[in-house]
Design a protein around this ligand. Structure first.
Ligand SMILES: C[S@@+](CC[C@H](N)C(=O)[O-])C[C@H]1O[C@@H](n2cnc3c(N)ncnc32)[C@H](O)[C@@H]1O
Length: 358
């Protein structure tokens, strides 16, 4: 069953694009923190184009790539309505092939969770490194294992969109602790001239540990600059964070942009001044010590905060363990049997208590 085929219509009309709108709102603060001023942007798994269109409205040169032709149809329409030029390309990010390079690559929301094999994630990161300009940034987020194994499972059935024309229901989530893959059913109804038309899609998402994500990044030649659990607050991930945000750049890249040159000049001036004042102080025994910092005092630091948070998933099973424990405390019975397709099916046949069983 292909995903984002019929669902694309509901996605474009539902609450979902609000997420990338929020990301677009937060992006300038993040870029400023890393001294980045991108001109060419690639939005990977761009979906129905909200983020790409906002970037184009800000004057950036934007390319959007997605595997779903239906989502891209909405994206093109959105760009046209906004009166901006965005190049939308139908491609699978696992086999991304683009001739030009970009200063910034983004991949938002659950998109990378749709890669169900570690090798697919690693290949996608390598593809990103290939299309990044020297010094370019890769910013992405993913659902955590905690979200898929706990948050999703705590909501066996809920309505995502309810309008006179459309109804979207997310239901029957289940999670396989061995593969870290969650399954979610999406059933949607759209009003037609005579009644309602129904569609069903099965979505599978995989959760990755921070160690796995880091391994895939470094294998692709991407250096992690920072990892956040909350992009707005720019804080480290916690064991129960719903999402993780990574900011990475290509390894071995040094770009002498104006900001970097300005920093170098500042550092050099500071060092010279410090040396001069130190010499002056030492040469005059009768003079009082100068209040200018002495040579041992370090200049103000410009280094980026490298938030490694290794303990978060070290050993790698910690998150999985947390998720399992949380399922337990959330009232989910851990003693489950695996069903034929490898998934633990959730049933809620005990009032007030959700039970994992086959
Ligand atoms: C949850 S949507 C996110 C869309 C958009 N980034 C946003 O924030 O609204 C996931 C998107 O990933 C796309 N996608 C999933 N697997 C993909 C793949 N292998 N290559 C390219 N796009 C993919 C889907 O078609 C869908 O548009």
């Amino acid at each position: 069953m292909a995903i984002y085929r019929e669902f694309a219509r509901f996605y474009a009309s539902g609450p979902y694009p609000e997420y990338s709108r929020r990301m677009a709102e937060l992006l300038p603060g993040v870029l400023e923190r890393f001294g980045a001023r991108p001109k060419a942007v690639l939005d990977l798994a761009c979906g129905e184009g909200t983020f790409a269109v906002i970037m184009a409205q800000r004057g950036l040169k934007v390319t959007g790539v997605d595997a779903s032709p239906e989502m891209l149809r909405f994206a093109r329409k959105k760009a046209e309505e906004a009166g901006v030029a965005v190049r939308f390309i139908e491609q699978d990010m696992r086999s991304l092939a683009l001739a030009e390079k970009f200063d910034l690559v983004t991949c938002w929301y659950d998109s990378l969770n749709y890669l169900l094999e570690y090798d697919e994630l690693a290949k996608t990161f390598s593809n990103v490194a290939q299309v990044l300009n020297l010094g370019g940034l890769f910013i992405f987020d993913m659902n955590t294992i905690y979200t898929l194994a706990v948050f999703w499972q705590q909501r066996p059935c809920h309505i995502e969109l309810d309008t006179p024309e459309m109804l979207v229901i997310h239901h029957n989530p289940c999670y396989d602790f061995e593969s870290n893959i969650a399954r979610l059913m999406i059933t949607a109804f759209e009003r037609e001239s005579k009644g309602w038309r129904r569609m069903d899609e099965e979505h599978r998402e995989r959760g990755y540990t921070l160690s796995q994500i880091r391994k895939a990044l470094s294998g692709a030649g991407l250096v992690e600059l920072v990892c956040y659990g909350n992009l707005r607050e720019m804080t480290e991930p916690k064991p129960d964070s719903g999402r993780v945000f990574f900011i990475a750049r290509r390894r071995g890249t040094r770009v002498w942009n104006s900001e970097r040159i300005a920093r170098l000049i500042y550092w050099s001036l500071w060092a010279s001044l410090t040396r001069l004042t130190s010499a002056a102080t030492n040469s005059s025994l009768t003079r009082k010590r100068s209040s200018v910092p002495n040579s041992k005092e370090s200049p103000p630091s410009f280094s980026l905060s490298m938030s490694k948070t290794e303990s978060w998933d070290s050993p790698a099973s910690t998150v999985n363990g947390m998720a399992r424990r949380s399922c337990f405390t959330a009232g989910l019975d851990r003693s489950r049997k695996r069903s034929k397709n490898g998934f633990s099916r959730l049933s809620s046949n005990m009032p007030g208590r959700v039970r994992l069983g086959s």
